[in-house]
Design a protein around this ligand. Structure first.
Ligand code: ADP
Length: 446
C-alpha cells in the first residue's frame, strides 16, 4: 500500500479523496493554486504545496509542478480526481516513467477511450451496442450527407475529442448539416485542439444511463449497477440517481453483465463508467469515462462500497475487494449538484459564503469543500457541493431530499438549490418519468 498520496485536484473531490486516504492510513499531500490557499482540502491535508497562480494551466494542469511537488513531499502515488488531468494519457505515462503510481487505468486505455471514435470502435468489438452513426470521422461533406441520409435526420455532429457537451451540434436537415459540421469543428478545434468530428443518430427521447465498473487489470471486472443522469442542462448532468427508475432487475443484470464482460476482455484496471443512451428498451453506447465520476456517491450509497478506497487498493496491486455475486444494491439514492449560480439564468455567482448550514440526519450526505466565511474564487468550475440522499426506496428518498432542501441554507452567494426545490415538486420527477430533454423544456416554461 502507498505511504503518501498526492491529490492533483481541488474542491469537494480533493476532500473526498483525502477522507478515503485518511481512513486507510495513507498520508495526503494537497496541491493548490494561490487562489486556493484557504481551501478546506489544503487545511485538512497532512502537507500542502502551492503549485502556481490561479489559472489552471499554470497550476492544476501543470505537470512539471505536480512532479516537483511529488519529489519534495515524497508522495508515491497521485489521485487525479475528475476533470483536470484525470483523463490525460500523457500525464499517466509520465508518472509511470517517474515511478509514481497513477491511481487510474493504464495510459493506453485512457488514450483509446479518450478518442470517442476509437472508443466506439472498441466498444463494438467488445460486444457493447453503440449508437448508429458514421463509421469513423467525417472526411468530407458529401460523405456526411450520404451517412445522414441513410440514418435519417435529425443527426448529431460530435467531436472525437469531445467532453463537457462541447463540440456537439444537432442538424435537422441536409441544409443544417453543413453548418453544424463547420460549427462543431471550430468549437472542437478551440476547446480540444482537434477538429475531427463524427455523426450519430440523434435520439429524440433517450435517458442517460451509465454503468459503474471496476477492473483489476488482470481480466477480472465487475459492475456496480447503473446511475440515471438524464436530468441535464446543456448536456451537463444536474441530478443523478441510482437505480434508474426506468430499469427492472433483469435489464440491469443484462446490460451490467455485458459491460462487465467487455471490461474483462479489455483487462481494464480501476474505476470506469460506460455511458449509454437508453430508448425504447435498447441501450446505445456513447462513451466511456476512465476515471471517478462526480456522481459516484449515489453508487456508494446503494452498494455501501467506498469507490475511492477501491480505486486506491487496485492501484496498489490488490485484487477487487468483492465478486459480482457479493455486490448488493440496497434502496435508492439521489444526488443534486449544487452550483454557485443563479438557479434560473445559471450565471456564475462567486463571492463569500456568509452563512452555511448543511442538512443532516439519517441517509444524508453533503460532499463539499466550502465553509462559512469561504470566498469562492471565480477561476474554476461553479460546483460547490453535492447533496446526496439515500432512502429505503425512491419515495422515501424523495421525501428525505425535500426535507433536506428545506434545511439547507447558503447565504452570500446564489446557488442552484431553488431549482431542486422546484424539481422535487414536479409530478414527472416524482414518477421518474423524464428523458434527457425534460429539464431544458422545464426551464423554458415561464
Ligand atoms: P460529453 O463527453 O461532451 O459529455 P457525451 O457523448 O457523453 O458527451 O454526451 C453528453 C450528452 O449529450 C448525453 O448525456 C446526451 O444527453 C446527449 N447526447 C449524446 N449523444 C446523443 C445522441 N446520439 N442523441 C441524443 N442525445 C445525445
Amino acid at each position: 500500500m502507498f505511504d503518501k498520496v498526492l491529490i492533483a485536484n481541488r474542491g469537494e473531490i480533493a476532500l473526498r479523496i483525502q477522507r478515503a486516504c485518511r481512513e486507510i492510513g495513507i498520508a495526503t499531500v494537497a496541491v493548490h493554486s494561490t487562489a486556493d490557499a484557504d481551501a478546506m482540502h489544503v487545511r485538512l491535508a497532512d502537507e500542502s504545496v502551492c503549485i502556481g497562480p490561479p489559472p489552471a494551466a499554470e497550476s492544476y494542469l501543470n505537470i512539471p509542478r505536480l512532479l516537483a511537488a511529488c519529489e519534495i513531499t515524497g508522495a508515491d502515488a497521485i489521485h487525479p480526481g475528475y476533470g483536470f488531468l484525470s483523463e490525460n494519457a500523457r500525464f499517466a505515462e509520465i508518472l509511470e516513467e517517474h515511478g509514481i503510481t497513477f491511481i487510474g487505468p493504464t495510459s493506453e486505455h485512457i488514450r483509446v477511450m479518450g478518442d470517442k471514435i476509437e472508443a466506439k470502435e472498441t466498444a463494438k468489438r467488445l460486444g457493447i451496442p453503440v449508437v448508429p452513426g458514421s463509421d469513423g470521422a467525417i472526411t468530407n461533406e458529401a460523405q456526411a450527407q450520404r451517412v445522414a441520409k441513410q440514418m435519417g435526420f435529425p443527426v448529431l455532429v460530435k467531436a472525437a475529442a469531445g467532453g463537457g457537451g462541447r463540440g456537439m451540434k444537432v442538424a435537422r436537415s441536409a441544409e443544417e448539416l453543413d453548418i453544424a459540421i463547420k460549427t462543431a469543428r471550430s468549437e472542437a478545434k478551440a476547446a480540444f485542439g482537434d477538429d475531427s468530428v463524427y455523426l450519430e443518430k440523434y435520439l429524440s427521447k433517450p435517458r442517460h444511463i451509465e454503468i459503474q465498473v471496476f477492473g483489476d487489470g488482470k481480466g477480472n471486472a465487475i459492475h456496480l449497477g447503473e446511475r440515471d443522469c438524464s436530468l441535464q442542462r446543456r448536456h451537463q448532468k444536474v441530478w443523478e440517481e441510482a437505480p434508474s427508475p426506468a430499469l427492472n432487475a433483469e435489464q440491469r443484470k443484462s446490460i451490467g453483465s455485458t459491460v462487465a464482460r467487455a471490461m474483462q476482455k479489455l483487462k481494464y484496471r480501476g474505476a470506469g463508467t460506460v455511458e449509454f443512451l437508453y430508448e425504447d428498451g435498447e441501450f446505445f453506447f456513447i462513451e466511456m469515462n476512465t476515471r471517478l465520476q462526480v456522481e459516484h456517491p449515489v453508487t456508494e450509497m446503494i452498494t455501501g462500497l467506498d469507490l475511492v478506497i477501491e480505486q486506491i487498493r487496485i492501484a496498489s496491486g490488490a485484487p477487487l475487494s468483492l465478486t459480482q455475486d457479493e455486490v448488493t444494491l440496497s434502496g435508492h439514492a439521489i444526488e443534486c449538484r449544487i452550483n454557485a449560480e443563479n438557479a434560473r439564468t445559471f450565471m456564475p455567482s462567486p463571492g463569500t459564503i456568509t452563512y452555511w448550514h448543511p442538512p443532516g440526519g439519517l441517509g444524508v450526505r453533503v460532499d463539499s469543500g466550502v465553509y462559512q466565511g469561504y470566498r469562492i474564487p471565480p477561476f474554476y468550475d461553479s460546483l460547490i457541493g453535492k447533496l446526496i440522499v439515500h432512502g429505503k426506496n425512491r419515495n422515501e428518498c424523495l421525501m428525505r431530499l425535500k426535507r433536506c432542501l428545506s434545511e439547507f441554507v447558503i447565504d452570500g452567494i446564489e446557488t442552484t438549490i431553488p431549482l431542486f426545490v422546484d424539481l422535487v415538486q414536479q409530478p414527472d420527477i416524482a414518477n421518474g418519468i423524464y428523458d434527457i430533454h425534460w429539464l431544458e423544456k422545464f426551464l423554458q416554461k415561464p
